[in-house]
Design a protein around this ligand. Structure first.
Ligand code: SF4
Length: 368
């Protein structure tokens, strides 16, 4: 990637994206007065946070990303094919091999500090986050943050419905693969039907929720088609995350995007944004060329592992710092993150979804 391509006012770009998302979310929530009030409060807070992040950049030279990704659970009730969390040791069945996990209190402290720094979003992942209600209940108390909770949707019942009704900052994002066949084929028989039941319950309560779809070279045209998005809208989905498949499992490289798929995906999403203006569409990692490179290592976000380890990204599980012991501010300046940014590794050439995954050997060598 040329020097010129990397020159983008990423802060302004991401602030505008957050404003657009929240404006659309607010419109979507008007039918539910409690949610509308919540969205309005968050919009006001985000304006203050933009200023706070800018001030830290100007006074301390500290780049504060607008969001985090946090994996809180090391367990999961499913065994999906190509699960990155299982292949890089986040999710584990055997107790003996499972990583230590932070307590709910520790996560609450981390997010309280993050919110004070002007970080108002953390995607919550795992393993399956709904296996750790003890942690989710603590996280929900950090009211200045919104937590999209990426779940397989099979554990939502009366108790979690009460939880999501009570805590509007906890936004369920239910993972599917597109069709019932595709979902059950990858995630297990009956999972699609169970995920749809969860969507129905959330829709019944007029709660704001969405879906996350792993996009591959095999399903991307279907999952961006008007028919499919109409279906999602009828299920009550208000936000769609497209997550590019990263071939963590050998022999699945053909499912990962090439540059031509990334370009086509961006134009398909633009068409959906025009035709389905009521739905929020986000892609991860998105059009890195437009963003001047990958957003990992604190440039746009960073990943916190179940034990508090500060990692560039969920697909780059390397770390030399721990957020629970150092805090968010210090972890942002970790030697590894600084080396990655100094090496301009976020702009390194790569095919498919993830720069750092493709260059994992070089990144691993940077860890002291
Ligand atoms: S639900 Fe998520 S964490 Fe669990 S096996 Fe499937 S992809 Fe992995």
């Amino acid at each position: 990637m040329t020097e010129e391509q990397t020159k983008i006012d990423l802060g302004a770009y991401m602030n505008q994206s957050i404003r657009n998302i929240m404006a659309k979310a607010y419109k979507n929530m008007l039918s539910n007065p409690r949610e509308a009030k919540f969205a309005y409060r968050m919009q006001t807070l985000f304006q203050k946070s933009e200023k706070r992040r800018k001030k830290m950049q100007e006074t301390e030279g500290l780049e504060v990303p607008p969001f985090l990704i946090s994996s809180i659970s090391t367990t999961c009730n499913l065994h999906c094919k190509g699960c990155y969390a299982r292949s890089n040791g986040i999710a584990e069945d055997r107790d003996a091999n499972r990583k230590e996990t932070l307590s709910g209190e520790q996560w609450k402290d981390i997010f309280t500090e993050a919110a004070d720094m002007g970080i108002n979003f953390s995607l919550i992942a795992g393993g399956e986050p709904l296996m750790r209600k003890d942690i989710l209940e603590h996280i929900a108390e950090v009211k200045d943050m919104i937590f999209p909770v990426f779940t397989n949707g099979t554990l939502i019942g009366p108790s979690y419905m009460e939880f999501f009704k009570k805590h509007l900052n906890m936004v369920p994002i239910i993972s599917i693969e597109g069709t019932a066949l595709g979902t059950d084929e990858r995630r297990g028989m009956g999972v699609f039907k169970r995920a749809m039941q969860s969507m129905e319950m959330l829709k019944e309560e007029d709660l704001f929720f969405g879906t996350s779809i792993t996009v591959t070279t095999e399903n991307y045209r279907y999952v961006t088609s008007p028919e499919f998005i109409d279906k999602l809208r009828s299920y009550g989905c208000k936000i769609v995350f497209y997550v590019e498949y990263v071939p963590t499992e050998a022999g699945t490289e053909h499912l990962a995007f090439g540059d031509e798929h990334v370009t086509e995906m961006e134009s398909l999403m633009a068409a959906r944004r025009n035709a389905h203006a009521d739905i929020i569409f986000l892609s991860f990692p998105g059009d890195e060329k437009a963003l001047g490179g990958c957003l990992a290592s604190g440039r746009g976000f960073f990943h916190i592992g179940p034990d508090g380890s500060a990692e560039p990204c969920p697909f780059s599980p390397f770390s030399d710092s721990n957020v629970a012991t150092m805090g968010v501010r210090k972890a942002l300046q970790s030697p590894l993150f600084r080396k990655i940014r100094a090496a301009k590794a976020l702009g390194w050439e790569h095919t498919g979804g993830c720069t750092l995954f493709e260059h994992r050997e070089e990144i691993e060598k940077m860890v002291v």
